[in-house]
Write a protein that binds this ligand. Structure first.
Ligand SMILES: [Zn+2]
Ligand SMILES: [Zn+2]
Length: 320
């Protein structure tokens, strides 16, 4: 059929597709305020890499499995979960301890390897969450917007995509953090390439380990990152739904042991909403908080300092 005989259709929005492709690699290429009508709609073109990462996990059917691959995936889950909870959350978003500029950058980069965007975007949205928790302005409230939007939908929309610079003047003054935020695919791509190279190297020098480049790429990058995604997102979705409310906060945050184990301590979310100004989220010794133990270790090694403790008046109200 000739082009002239085609039924009339809306022109392909080529420019928008190109703009989207550009935003995949350069998030600074689009600073315009989203049109209010579009702001809450899922930007499917923008969401393709996120969906693709899930599909790539099916690669396990072709690459098989080895203990080496599972170990690398578990290790990368643990290191990156710590970077997200200790640094993206407790340091960048809440400033609950201090550190040097090199350590700040190192853990910002490890956090960026989680494919949860840069530290500035993450902290800006998280500060907005605390300010408006469980009200309509809170983009990932399961009460205001439903479970799926709180879990994955919100960050695939135009309004979820943008960084609110007004929320993070303290962080935006570091050019190296602005760079990480703008080119937020660079670190993940480097990790993927490094995993492939490591797998190929091991296949040659240690064939007994039974791994290779494709296997480490699928397990170490795709599977580990997708599990890390959904573990992190449970704090936005499930930790505002299931668990115990020790403190009568204005939001519906909950304390949940299972989520705390999965996210290295973030499941004590009602504690955290009641008093976000401490580096610790388990307020009692039995409230397991691996991120806090990791931060204590880093403080003992002199890498971080001034960890803000839980104040006595908060502990007194946490007696039960
Ligand atoms: Zn919350
Ligand atoms: Zn928080």
């Amino acid at each position: 059929m000739s082009a002239s005989a085609s039924p009339p259709q809306a022109p392909v929005p080529a420019r928008r597709v190109l703009a989207t492709l550009r935003r995949w690699v350069d998030t600074g290429s689009d600073t315009a305020e989203p049109d209010p009508a579009e702001a809450r709609r899922i930007d499917w073109a923008r969401a393709l890499p996120f969906l693709g990462m899930h599909l790539a996990c099916l690669g396990v059917l072709w690459v098989g499995v080895s203990w080496t691959a599972v170990l690398v995936a578990a290790l990368l889950y643990a290191v990156r979960m710590f970077a997200i909870t200790a640094f993206y959350h407790r340091y960048f978003s809440h400033r609950t301890f201090r550190t040097s500029r090199p350590v700040q950058f190192l853990f910002a980069a490890i956090g960026a390897a989680s494919v949860q965007r840069g530290p500035l975007w993450w902290a800006a949205h998280h500060r907005n969450h605390h300010r408006h928790a469980d009200r309509p302005e809170d983009l990932h409230s399961p009460h205001a917007h439903g479970f799926w939007r709180s879990h994955v939908g919100w960050f695939l929309t135009r309004e979820g995509f943008r960084t609110d610079w007004a929320r993070i003047p303290d962080l935006a003054r570091y050019p190296e953090l602005r760079w990480l935020d703008r080119f937020d695919t660079v670190v993940p791509l480097l990790l993927a390439v490094a995993l492939f190279a490591l797998g190929e190297l091991l296949a040659r020098v240690a064939p007994a380990l039974g791994t290779d480049g494709w296997q480490l790429l699928v397990w170490g990058f795709f599977v580990s990152t997708v599990v890390l995604f959904h573990a992190t997102f449970t704090i936005n979705s499930l930790a505002h739904r299931f668990g115990r409310r020790r403190f009568p906060t204005r939001d519906d945050s909950r304390n949940n042991l299972w989520l705390a184990l999965l996210t290295f301590g973030e499941g004590w979310h009602n504690n955290h909403h009641f008093f976000p100004g401490t580096a610790r989220q388990g307020f009692h010794w039995w409230e397991i908080d691996p991120t806090w133990y990791g931060l204590r270790l880093m403080a003992a090694l002199g890498l971080v300092h001034d960890l803000k403790p839980v104040p006595a008046w908060v502990l007194a109200r946490a007696e039960d």
